[in-house]
Design a protein. Sequence first.
Length: 449
Amino acid sequence: MFIGNPNFALPHGFDDLDVYATELKEYLSSPLVQSLLNGHPNEIAKSGPPLAWAAWWNWACSLTAHDILVFAGDQASFELPDTISNLIDDAARLALPRASVQRQPLPQPLPKGQTPKKVHEVQQFSQLIAQLAKVTNASRVVDVGAGQGYLSLELASKHGENVLALDFSEAQTSGSIHWAQRAKQQNLKLTHVTHHISRGTLPGLVRDWLQTEDSNASSYDKDIIVVGLHACGSLTVEVMRACIDNIKAQNSSARAGWNVEACAIVGCCYNMLSEDDKHLSILDAPFLPSDAFQLAAQPWLPPTPPDLSLTVRKITYRALLGRLLHQRSVSLPADARVRRLKDSAYTSWDAYVTAACNRMGIDAQMLGDQSTWTEDMERIAAGLSILHILRAKLGPVIESWILLDRYIWLREQLEAPGLASVELQWVFDSAISARSAAFIVKSYINQAP
């Protein structure tokens, strides 16, 4: 199917990309995994579990709160049902291993407006881009989906790059300009543009920028690196397609007037992918429902028991409230949504019901005595907790499939015809930033042999 070894590490026990892709697809296509992907806790709470889950569901419903936390941390000392044990073992076996990243020390104090996570991401990614600029001799950087402009500012101020910061949101661009002005650094080569960004619009946006700066720019001044730090949803794929188009056209009369020398893209928000962007390569893909992409996009389970306990409680309380509303046939206002509540709303079931009903604009007394916490609800909550944890453990496997699909697609488009090299590189500490995989493309066309 696909010839050539990847540049990144496959899971232990795999040395062949085809074999790995086949096993990954078979796992995600298995009946148990498919039923979990389609079994959202909110729906299971209302309709009950599938009959095929009976054995492990009864086990899950018998667990205590302490058992659930131990299970989530992969430290269970009690015996697991074979189906669950095999499911978890295979998930760990098939998820792509994340390479360790040498972290730079964070500056003190932190830059205004940035969290430690954002500072880490900007530091690591800007350093990689600066290295790409040296290797390729590119003279300019286009930052797609620039947001508040932290990466653009770092590239312009610390690394001396000439940067175009693109974002579709005027509010984000205003924030980006604010932080650039606050830096009070003279002679920054930093341009901000607000525009819808797509495969079709990106070439013209870059061309307009070049012409605005200097209509007599040399060919060297038109050599560009395109970057995206957590380009949301389909924006990642749109930018990749634009870069592929540009590189393919560089030796033809259809060239864009500027050259992609390299691109470095870190994707995120897989749940916001359009249908056409969910499967790109020649790989035979498993069926992945929308919930699968939501799971791939979620942060991993919280590492500490208090945080994990709160997360699980949020999931189970919401599902059980939906169950009660369904049983009572409560008619909700058209715009009724619980949305996000303060953590204090989850201190008890009664506190949650009161807060959630107030948010939805309904009287909690409509639920009657059924809103009282019972032993049966305790059992269902335990089962829903295990369901949520199992689904969360599938997230890294689903993301591995998405990354593999994109990697092979890029190699099909660029590496196979000898136009560019393609790499998948882990660029952030995964304990800090869950979406840490960067696709790095370097064009062969204008590089010296």
